[in-house]
Design a protein. Structure first.
Length: 407
């Protein structure tokens, strides 16, 4: 069997499946259905981001001597006693060094203990630098604390006029790692949801054509391997149509909730353009890897009931792969992170996390080549299994054991 012949036949099958699926009225439900959890996720995500901004107890490093820090500490304690539900900002005293600029940069970059901002100048000329906004909750609390410290009295409501100077930075080191970790897990979750939603579609489509004998008709006209490859790539193309619609909807939601668009979200280390491109690339490899396994397994089933029986262990296995890849977040260069990147089925999940947390390009090029190799290998093995399943007739044995009824 010549490869060009299989490719031409696979293109015919892919075009047939693509047009037959996209032109159906039910395809609109396929597009609209996932939008409801996406819209809810955007709404709850915006609420969660607001709660995360308003809640919690941030830490601010105060560059001051112990004597100069004492009025601030006392004012902060009075504020905590007066408003215990407000979770006042934590103040960490740091002894001044000769090079204050270098000390400030080092404090903002450190991860443990992480600080949100650095306060300099004491109560006379306070200057705050960090990942805060001039009208944010943290600055408001610092303003109150400094005013109370200036007044030098125990009533937290008495304070001088506000004179805090605020310099907002993009990210402090403590929040940078956390933010990139959230981006990594978000990318993995999107990848997982898309593959589990779309890869399973090939199972139902396959069993439908097996039940109405369409597979036997196709097998008489084109190579069976072409049916396998064509169906897989048709569903990949259909998936891209759905992803395009969902991406546009998500972008509109982000624009509605975040005034800065993607700039308002935790930026991946590799940058948004490359990160989004790698997301599509890793989805393609993950879909082809998992979809080919699904298609090979589905070819062994003879009824919808058998597909439903197989669905649960398949979903559990896919979830285990996802959690294996998710374990690499924050541990990319440790044994588990490297193992997740090497294992072909979890490699897309581990590598999308690497794109969020590290800004090196070459591992992604190597990973895509590695995943493409396994895609070709699994496609070949799956096509052979598919061929034996489709062309055999009479009593047969499935690969998991047991006899199958005569075709």
């Amino acid at each position: 069997m010549y490869v060009p012949e299989i490719i031409r036949a696979a293109f015919v099958i892919a075009r047939r499946d693509f047009t037959a699926t996209v032109l159906r009225k039910t395809f609109l439900l396929f597009l609209v259905g996932p939008l409801f959890p996406v819209i809810m996720g955007i709404g709850f995500g915006g609420m969660g981001a607001r709660l995360a901004e308003d809640g919690g107890r941030p830490a601010v490093a105060v560059i001051a001597t112990a004597q100069a820090f004492e009025p601030l500490r006392a004012a902060r304690d009075r504020l905590a006693a007066a408003t215990p539900e407000a979770s006042p900002v934590e103040l960490i005293q740091v002894t001044p060094e000769a090079d204050l600029a270098a000390q400030r940069a080092r404090l903002l970059a450190r991860k443990s203990p992480a600080v949100l901002a650095v306060l300099e100048g004491g109560i006379d000329a306070p200057h705050v630098t960090g990942t805060i906004q001039s009208d944010g909750r943290t600055v408001a609390q610092l303003d109150h604390i400094i005013g109370d410290a200036r007044a030098g009295v125990g009533a937290p409501g008495v304070k001088a006029a506000r004179t805090i100077e605020v310099t907002s930075t993009e990210r402090a080191g403590g929040t940078l790692a956390s933010a990139r970790g959230l981006t990594a897990r978000g990318g993995q979750t999107i990848l997982f949801l898309l593959t589990i939603l779309l890869a399973g579609a090939v199972l139902s489509q396959l069993i439908e054509e097996k039940s109405n004998k369409a597979i036997e008709i196709l097998a008489a006209a084109v190579p069976v391997e072409a049916i396998f490859v064509g169906k897989l790539f048709a569903m990949l193309a259909i998936s891209f149509v759905g992803i395009s619609v969902w991406t546009i909807t998500g972008a509109l939601g982000i624009a509605a909730w975040s005034s800065g668009g993607l700039a308002g979200l935790p930026a991946p280390a590799i940058g948004w353009p490359i990160f989004l491109a790698l997301t599509f690339a890793y989805f393609s490899t993950a879909y082809l890897l998992i979809g080919s396994v699904f298609l090979a397994i589905g070819s062994q089933a003879g009824s919808v009931r058998e597909i439903q029986t197989l669905n649960m262990p398949v979903v559990l296995a896919q979830s285990a792969i996802y959690f294996f890849g998710a374990s690499a977040v924050g541990h990319l260069d440790e044994p588990r992170g490297i193992a997740a990147a090497i294992f072909p089925l979890s490699s897309p999940f581990a590598m999308i996390a690497r794109a969020a947390e590290q800004d090196v390009i070459w591992p992604h090029l190597a990973a895509l080549v590695w995943q493409a190799f396994w895609v070709a290998l699994i496609l070949r093995a799956g096509a052979r299994l598919f061929r034996r399943s489709v062309l055999k007739s009479g009593p047969q044995r499935r690969w998991w054991g047991g006899k199958r009824a005569t075709s």
